[in-house]
Design a protein around this ligand. Structure first.
Ligand SMILES: *Cc1c(COP(=O)(O)O)cnc(C)c1O
Length: 481
């Protein structure tokens, strides 16, 4: 039987994996979800214990991507999940495992770091984005199409997208970044790429100016259609599904018995990462608690404590030292709520209508009981907590962690249950956030060897005014029109 996908707002006719992954939102403004969750059995989990990451990715993804030739999907997984792609982490990491677990000890016994940040941009987004690159190239060739990805970035997502899409056939990337406002490391990461299909545009202005250009181009439907404009943002189902894989890998590494429950803490922003954990749990993976760790932008922590979801306006969306979690609303959250309300699309439409009109909603008591029963708990971490945690993990364990992972460890410690292992997902490496690391430990983070050279390479970026028509003409020119 083929897996079909439905919209959280109910209006979309059922569609298959290949057709939804090249699209963003469903036509009714909802997000795509599998019509049912595939189930794994204890026998399957036992059999998967010894698999490599690529083999496991194939086993998990074939459950969602059953309209792709099995041999092709297998080849995509093997091409993506290679130890020479995920090899930029700490020198003593076991890169052959792709996502190794680093156990802490002493007072942090049974707490492990699930290393997800050893990919080319040193952040967990490479785990799914690299697969998306392989997948897009494959699907576009199959359909004889091209795709022009247009995005705006303040750092992390843009670089992950560029490293995933560089030199892919049929794909071009036009990435707008705020001129002069990214760290030296982030600039080097993006601007030293010299692949002809990657176009870096530094927009004079702030991130919002870059974002406004992307919105304006996307709202020009004729242009969007004519130039096959697409995005790779965190609501893309292929990214969510690819993230499910490392929850399985983490559990398979940590659990000694097939029924052993393992808790997981996830530094969260747009709720994309932890949503994949929820899906793994729904598939039958013995995850106990899913712990949401937020920074000062605590819209999710508030929700899991009170049942009220209250999006923040710009003035109340703080710039913090864990910047990839600085969100005002969590774009993947709707998928979880869809499950909580029993997949009642009408209820989801009403709730998101309230988000649009009143800036949020409060669940009924009965719905909130389901949230509490779902295994989610939450906590928040501040700049001070971050510094203390980075320093303490460094001094206690000799392990340097990045500010986002520090938010995770802080909240993981608060939620550690005796006798139950707790994996904390490591979402970035400290090399990306030298300033905060220095403030916390007095030391510069080590930069992976492969990255030293990058910092000195020539940079290629075109500085442009915040002008929609100019960006359109650059796209037209690149496409050869
Ligand atoms: C994107 C990102 C996050 C947040 O992940 P979500 O899927 O948006 O919840 C956390 N940490 C880092 C380093 C990130 O890049």
């Amino acid at each position: 039987m083929q897996m079909t996908y439905v919209s959280t707002r109910g209006e979309q006719a059922a569609a298959g994996y290949s057709s939804i992954v090249l699209r963003g939102l469903a036509k009714d403004g909802g997000l795509f979800m599998p019509a049912t969750y595939p189930q794994v059995t204890p026998e399957m989990l036992s059999a998967w214990k010894g698999l490599s990451y690529a083999e496991l990715a194939y086993e998990v993804l074939r459950l969602f991507a059953d309209d792709i030739e099995q041999a092709d999907l297998k080849a995509l997984c093997e091409r993506t999940y290679r130890s020479d792609v995920y090899c930029f982490g700490r020198e003593d990491s076991d890169f052959t495992r792709i996502t190794p677990v680093r156990w802490l000890s002493g007072k942090d016994a049974e707490i492990g770091l699930l290393e997800l940040s050893n990919g080319p941009t040193l952040a967990f987004k490479d785990m799914a984005m690299q697969f998306l690159g392989s997948l897009f190239e494959y699907l576009l060739a199959r359909e004889n199409r091209e795709l022009n990805i247009l995005g705006a970035t303040s750092g992390d997502t843009g670089s992950a997208a560029e490293y995933a899409m560089r030199s892919r056939k049929g794909v071009r990337v036009f990435m707008l970044s705020p001129d002069g406002r990214m760290s030296a490391f982030q600039r080097a990461q993006m601007y030293t790429l010299d692949d002809p299909n990657i176009v870096n545009l530094a927009v004079v202005g702030a991130f919002d100016d870059a974002q406004d250009i992307v919105k304006a181009v996307s709202n020009d439907h004729a242009f969007k259609e004519r130039y096959s404009i697409g995005t790779v943002n965190s609501i893309n189902w292929a990214r969510v599904a690819a993230q499910v894989v490392y929850y399985f890998k983490g559990w398979l590494t940590a659990a000694e018995r097939v029924d052993e429950v393992v808790d997981m803490t996830v530094p969260s922003g747009n709720f994309g990462n932890i949503l994949a954990g929820w899906i793994a749990k729904q598939m039958g993976l013995p995850i106990g608690r899913l712990v949401v760790a937020t920074n000062e932008n605590d819209v999710l922590d508030e929700f899991f404590k009170t049942g009220t979801y209250r999006v923040r306006d710009t003035a109340h969306t703080y710039v913090t030292s864990s910047p990839s979690m600085d969100i005002s609303k969590a774009s993947n959250f709707e998928r979880y709520i869809f499950d909580i309300v029993g997949r009642d699309a009408e209820r989801v439409r009403a709730l998101w209508g309230d988000v649009a009109q009143k800036g949020g909603f409060t669940l009924t008591d009965e719905e909130f009981e389901r949230v509490k029963a779902s295994g989610f708990v939450s906590g928040r971490s501040t700049h001070e907590d971050r510094l203390v945690t980075i320093r303490d993990v460094w001094e206690s364990h000799g392990v340097m962690i990045d500010p986002h992972t520090a938010d995770g460890i802080k909240v993981a410690r608060e939620n550690k249950r005796p006798g139950i292992k707790m994996l904390t997902l490591e979402t970035a490496l400290p090399a990306k956030f030298a300033e905060t690391i220095k403030a916390a430990t007095g030391q510069e983070p080590t930069v992976p060897a492969a990255y030293q050279a990058m910092l000195d390479r020539p940079q290629r970026v075109r500085v442009v005014p915040a002008d929609v028509e100019l960006v359109k003409s650059i796209i037209r020119e690149a496409v050869g029109d």
